[in-house]
Every structure is written in structure tokens, then in C-alpha cells.
Write a protein that binds this ligand. Structure first.
Ligand SMILES: [Zn+2]
Length: 265
């Protein structure tokens, strides 16, 4: 073997060892490496998608994804071999030692709208997907637009995660500590007692929170809180209480852009 051949073997095994060591300390499998267009050093690529209504669009509201577009979005995830993972798995992958699968994506739904139960859940079940539904506990069963406790119980059986979106949907960033504590503890307790589950995650209503909110979340044992800030990138150095999400619109082009990382906002 000439000198160059020897050098190549040594240098390639060094790269191999370094990659292996890096993977031990930081188990991220979701991006290929520097040649992958979505690669960012030290960051984990795992889009958390945010939905509101899944129903025919009314006016210009950005908070509606039509049922047929939603079905196309789920079919696209399935056909393109994306792995829909739970928020717990996401948490363990980003902040713990679990290995995330290739092409991970998390589905989240805010506000407990009945149309999510009617139009989103069947499509998800069809493809074997689960998601996180953030519920405003005071609105459960409150009129025709909201899910009932029976619907939520059925969703728990289907493997869906039911988590907190507070009691009354206030701007947590502009209310005091006692009100924060009430909104975060009461909603958790009611969901846990009625559904027989453990509540570990919160979505901030309107994305609003303060240092006080985070202090109370820690106190109550919440594992994560999601915001409305746009990013598909996560890191164990970022706060578990500031997890960004991607707002999803009622069209395929932006959806594919956001999921693949070709589009950032
Ligand atoms: Zn909301």
C-alpha cells in the first residue's frame, strides 16, 4: 500500500469514529449530513405541525384546512414515508437519549374543535397516524362547535394524545401567577381525572406566555410547551417550554415546503 492509500484509510476511519462518537452524544438521525440541504449543525430537523379547524374554509381565516386537503396531506406523508411520531417520542428524541426515526413529523391540533374529530381523526386512523390534541377544558361539550368528553374518550382509545390548552384560553403572558396556576393546574387535573390519562404537554393560547408561566409549568411537572413560532429545527439546548411549530395552511404546496424544509416560513 502506498502512503496515499494508507492516509485515505486512516482519515476515513477517523471520520467514521468521529461520526459514531457524535451520534452517541447526540442521537439524531433525521438529517443526512452537511450535503443534505436541510442540515444545520447541532440542530435536529423534526417539524411539529400546527392545525386548528379541519373544515371547509370560511372567508379568509388562516385557521382552516379543508377536509380534502387534510386527507391529501396525510396521504402525502404516508406516500413519502414520513414517520408521524408522538410528542412524547419527539421529547425523548430531542431532549433524551431516544433515537428519532428518519423523516419525523409531529401532528398537533389546537382548541378542541369538533371538526377535528369529524374530519381529521378518520384520515389519521386510515394511515395509522396519531396526534396531539390541545383541549380548552371549559369548552368541552360547550355547544356544537366543540368536542364532547365522549369524543375525547374515543380518541384516547384510538391512541390520540389529549393535552392542555388551558381552561379558558387566556393570554397567559398577560395574566398573573395565580391565574396562570389556575389555568395550567385545573385543565391538567380535569383532563387527567375525566379521561384517565397523564397530561404532560401544553400549547400556549395565541402563543402567549411569560417567565411566570414557565415557572408554573415547571412546578406542575409539564414536560413541554409549544409556541406559534415558526421553525422545523430543535435542539436539546433550546427550552422545552419554547418548542416552535409550523402553522399549516389549506394547500399542498406550502405543506410540502414546510415538511421537507424547502420552505421555512
Ligand atoms: Zn388556541
Amino acid at each position: 500500500m502506498n502512503y496515499l492509500g494508507f492516509y485515505k484509510i486512516v482519515s476515513s476511519s477517523l471520520v467514521g469514529i468521529m461520526t459514531y462518537v457524535a451520534s452517541l452524544s447526540h442521537p439524531m438521525a433525521s438529517v443526512g449530513g452537511p450535503n443534505d440541504p436541510i442540515y444545520k449543525p447541532g440542530m435536529i430537523y423534526a417539524p411539529v405541525l400546527m392545525y386548528h379547524h379541519v373544515a371547509p374554509k370560511t372567508g379568509n381565516s388562516p385557521y382552516y384546512v379543508s377536509p380534502d386537503i387534510f386527507e391529501q396531506q396525510m396521504a402525502w406523508l404516508h406516500d413519502n414515508k414520513y414517520n408521524v411520531i408522538s410528542l412524547d417520542k419527539f421529547y425523548n428524541g430531542v431532549y433524551g437519549n431516544e433515537l428519532l426515526p428518519e423523516r419525523p413529523v409531529v401532528l398537533t391540533f389546537d382548541d378542541g374543535d369538533k371538526d377535528q374529530y369529524v374530519n381529521a381523526v378518520p384520515s389519521m386512523i386510515k394511515y395509522g397516524f396519531t396526534g396531539t390534541f390541545y383541549i380548552i377544558t371549559n369548552d368541552v361539550g360547550a355547544g356544537d362547535g366543540f368536542m364532547t368528553w365522549d369524543m375525547l374518550k374515543e380518541m384516547v382509545k384510538d391512541g390520540m394524545d389529549i393535552e392542555s390548552h388551558t381552561v379558558h384560553h387566556p393570554s397567559l403572558g398577560s395574566i398573573g401567577e395565580d391565574e396562570n396556576r389556575y389555568e395550567l393546574s385545573k385543565s391538567k387535573k380535569v383532563l387527567e381525572e375525566t379521561l384517565g390519562i397523564r397530561v404532560k404537554h401544553l400549547a400556549y393560547p395565541g402563543g402567549s406566555y411569560s417567565k411566570t408561566t414557565i415557572k408554573v409549568l415547571e412546578e406542575l411537572g409539564y414536560q413541554t410547551a409549544t409556541t406559534v413560532n415558526h421553525s422545523q429545527y430543535h435542539s436539546p439546548d433550546m427550552s422545552v417550554y419554547k418548542i416552535p411549530r409550523m402553522h399549516i395552511d389549506s394547500d399542498m404546496e406550502s405543506f410540502v415546503g414546510f415538511v421537507t424544509g424547502r420552505r421555512k416560513d
